[in-house]
Design a protein around this ligand. Sequence first.
Ligand SMILES: CCCCC/C=C\C/C=C\C/C=C\C/C=C\C/C=C\CC/C=C/C(=O)SCCNC(=O)CCNC(=O)[C@H](O)C(C)(C)COP(=O)(O)OP(=O)(O)OC[C@H]1O[C@@H](n2cnc3c(N)ncnc32)[C@H](O)[C@@H]1OP(=O)(O)O
Ligand SMILES: Cc1cc2nc3c(=O)[nH]c(=O)nc-3n(C[C@H](O)[C@H](O)[C@H](O)COP(=O)(O)OP(=O)(O)OC[C@H]3O[C@@H](n4cnc5c(N)ncnc54)[C@H](O)[C@@H]3O)c2cc1C
Length: 661
Amino acid sequence: MDYLADERKKAEFDVDEMKIVWAGSRHAFEVSDRISKLVANDPGFRKDTRTMLARKELFKNTLRKAAYAWKRIHDLHLSEEEASRLRFYVDEPAYTDLHWGMFVPAIKGQGTDEQQKKWLPLAYKMQIIGCYAQTELGHGSNVQGLETTATFDPQTDEFVIHSPTLTSSKWWPGGLGKVSTHGVVYARLIINGEEHGIHGFIVQLRSLEDHLPLPGVTVGDIGMKFGNGAYNTMDNGVLRFDHVRIPRNQMLMRVSQVTRDGKYKQSDVPRQLVYGTMVYVRQTIVADASCALSRAVTIATRYSAVRRQFGSQNGGPETQVIDYKTQQNRLFPLLASAYAFKFVGEWLTWLYNDVTQRLQASDFSTLPEAHACTAGLKSLTTTATADGIEECRKLCGGHGYLCSSGLPELFAVYVPACTYEGDNTVLLLQVARFLMKTVSQLGSGKKPLGTISYMGKIEHLMQSRCTVQKAEDWLKPSQVLEAFEARAVKMAVSCAKNLSKFTNPEEGFAELSADLVEAAVAHCQLIVVSKFIDKLQQDIPGKGVKQQLEALCGIYYLYLLHKHQGDFLATSYLTPKQAALANDQLRALYTKVRPNAVALVDSFNYTDHFLGSILGCYDGNVYPKLYDAAWKDPLNDSVVPEGYHEYVRPLLKQQLHTAKL
Ligand SMILES: CCCCC/C=C\C/C=C\C/C=C\C/C=C\C/C=C\CC/C=C/C(=O)SCCNC(=O)CCNC(=O)[C@H](O)C(C)(C)COP(=O)(O)OP(=O)(O)OC[C@H]1O[C@@H](n2cnc3c(N)ncnc32)[C@H](O)[C@@H]1OP(=O)(O)O
Ligand SMILES: Cc1cc2nc3c(=O)[nH]c(=O)nc-3n(C[C@H](O)[C@H](O)[C@H](O)COP(=O)(O)OP(=O)(O)OC[C@H]3O[C@@H](n4cnc5c(N)ncnc54)[C@H](O)[C@@H]3O)c2cc1C
């Protein structure tokens, strides 16, 4: 029985067409749909007991699943696209994420043609397994502060990789702890006593025969992390080197080279390309944020339609909690954010591919913008997604706190995204530097392009005032864009003015860093809003699909406007009356989306296996499933628990004795 059938009947749009919009294309939808069902129907990919397993058992099970996934990929002759979908739907962080997601891209991005020819075929066949070993115990954010050394020995034509201090121990790399045979290790290059900064080196860590660490290598897992199951399927590792020797040709030499006679040569490509793998992964993290958020929103939306509290009239049913305006005001902006992040993620992938093609043609002009966009959007989307998952847990009341709701594990596995690939505050400060540089160059005749082109309208934006007179005026894209542009430009200019009061710019930057972060957020929110609006300019087929997306876009920007109205009012772009009209329009959009809410989350096309949530299951049959699941908990294996006779019975006896007294 479908307990959500009535909700599905209310939908005012073509759900099948929306599924295609969400997937990106009909082809992408078909691949995703087929692979998700393949995974869901294969008992080898079960994950329902994951949060109950002890670490060793959990980890071994992950190794089994990774090997099984690899076998299925081969047996079924899956394409690269299908294989990547399969790994996504298996839904279990594993060493393979780092092998495919960072080790291979690092060699592709920073290795010479010759190095790629040697290492990539081995990696593609998984005859070697790699990790990305950059962070150390003492330094993560400050990459220039890394302490591991790679000293060139001209006698033997080798580098000597060494960990000179405890704090130079590599710490965190995923896949390193127990599995990787190789790593791209970042170290401080030293030639003839002279330092040349941080470079990447391919270093073998374990024997390909018996998996033991090679001489001079100390390696292990760093221990349990936050949450049950969750990221504990990953072997984040610690690594120390004691004068480990590698051949000279294992330094990744696309950006700079060390010659046989110990000369350091810089290519014409910018030094920052050493950071290229991080740009790539930040872009994939943005593209993935909508998946994690949409998953939590699916659970919270379906459950909110099933759950009833208060409001029964004449013995009739109580009110569905989704009908409470407070529930809508917490849930619908998250639903809208999931769609917004999907579209900005698609755009960022385009930007990344564009910058990659330009780099190949030696055009480095858009690299700073790509860095600012990937850093800023990674920060914005992961913060909102992690907070959003936790909000979805609260939206599900008490039952959201059960592991069987799927939300605790989803939060625990997702929340480190706010830290890895760059701490979110550190990344926003990078955006702020980019903005301050842009503002300082405005008078120089250099035209700001791409996502900062709005800065070219600075004179107009500094003086313009909002013209909204009635709530519906807030549905005009041009009006909305101008509001977000004016806010972003005014906040950036205000920071630049305050910075100019300091004689030492770095001191000023540090002192004003909290304001600078807010200016960076305003800029990034403008990007997300503008990409959502751009998406709506495209031809979107399907009955009612575009109208639903317009409503969601409105909810996304009006919710931001309401939440940050202090910024909009302080920069004098809006009047309090216009801010109130924005809120009126927001409420009207909630009413418009309400009958479509369940169908809008159905459009994500998630299987019950992928959701891993009783509260979010497709048929909405929540209560019997919750009840049955409770009895399956290992604690209920016996009626009288282990430990009763040792620890509870003596207490009871003592109490009985005291009572008699
Ligand atoms: C069990 C349940 C399963 C459920 C699963 C459910 C859901 C999961 C859902 C989703 C999962 C999502 C995604 C998963 C995908 C992948 C993630 C997987 C695993 C994560 C693994 C993590 C790996 C890591 O963390 S690797 C380590 C990353 N480290 C960092 O990011 C360090 C951060 N620091 C830096 O980047 C830099 O040092 C800095 C802070 C940016 C710069 O510091 P600074 O000293 O100031 O700079 P300099 O070095 O001097 O350079 C300054 C100069 O360079 C420019 N610059 C800086 N960076 C870049 C760059 N990257 N590209 C281009 N240019 C750059 C900078 O602007 C400046 O330029 P200027 O001189 O012109 O001003
Ligand atoms: C689950 C997980 C997986 C990881 N996987 C890998 C991996 O595979 N490979 C790898 O190399 N690394 C990996 N890392 C490491 C990760 O990249 C770093 O932890 C991350 O870059 C943050 O650096 P940090 O730990 O040095 O934080 P810190 O920089 O020490 O941050 C601590 C606090 O200081 C603040 N702060 C730091 N600098 C500044 C500043 N300049 N201005 C203002 N505030 C500042 C931060 O905002 C934060 O609040 C992983 C980490 C995690 C949690």
